[in-house]
Write a protein that binds this ligand. Sequence first.
Ligand code: PMP
Length: 357
Amino acid sequence: PRLTRADLDSLPSYVPGRSPADLARELGMTEAIKLASNEVPYGPLPGVVEAVTAAAAGSHRYPDMGVVELREAFAERLGVDADRIATGCGSVALAEHLARVTCLPGDEILYSWRSFEAYPIIAATTGATSVRVANTAGHGHDLGAMSAAITDRTRMILVCNPNNPTGTAIGRAALDRFLDSVPDDILVVLDEAYREFITDPDVPDGLRTYGDRPNVVVLRTLSKAWGLAGIRIGYLVAQPSVAATVRKVVTPFSTSLVAQAAALAALKQADEVERRCALVVAERDRVTTAIRDLVPDVPASQANFVWLPLGAGSGEFAAACEKQGVIVRPFQGEGVRVTIGTPAENDAFLAAAATAL
Ligand code: PMP
């Protein structure tokens, strides 16, 4: 007999980046390079390992379910009240919670596509209907078409800025216009997972620019610039009633003891984060320039990865890079996303790409 929902059979799985240890074994190399999951390559921030180790001494007790100290730390850093903050097991969990608090079965979640691969999974598991609006020819959000796609059933809109996997970012005037066009009973989630890598002054900080709009939620993570991908901690800033509702539906204690300790330690390292992001950005610009000699239509990226719109050749390109020990992320038939690594890793990628193409 069928024990799980039939509609989930056709749901695509979230594809994690391949393990570099696994590839190295296959190739008989000592080490493979992973540029597939948008991590920052410089290791945990100073103090994080010590904080995690110290916290582990209390592992037999549940963590603070209210996440009080950490929410206060976020609040102070961001200049908002702590009652506007919710934390979760990665920002991807918070995106799912937001879908749960806004949508009943049959309601619609609207987003640009291609965008973050978790969005369709989140919509489907909630029982909501995904409404996807195709990216522009320049691989960015088509905000005019997204406005036009709003219906009576739209409950949540996901705007990924900068967009994963294309790296494109939305400027101030376009985002102003779009938000003005959205009815005030629809929640707009500005997914800013890559906020720290933005250098274009025209791309607005979602919180500073739109934080006072009651229907806007800003979603962020410590997985990327803050180096805590493996610890799993994301946060959102919303109006207090929305944040409180999210805190009610989170899986109890899902911001673990270790995650809270690691995040508190990481937040003390803002200067180091800024320094690392500057390195990543310089490399992003170097890789973009170099790769454009091979793939001329690579869009400008405001994130810590670049998008190679290789269409039907994407799978083959990624496989050729893998054979040379570099793991990148293909999106079959569309393109390849390449995370910015250390200068040496990026050189290895550029060499692999030159051979592959
Ligand atoms: N949003 C976007 C746009 C992402 O690319 C990612 C990670 N790939 C996430 C959210 C989720 O990150 P995490 O769950 O690690 O916070």
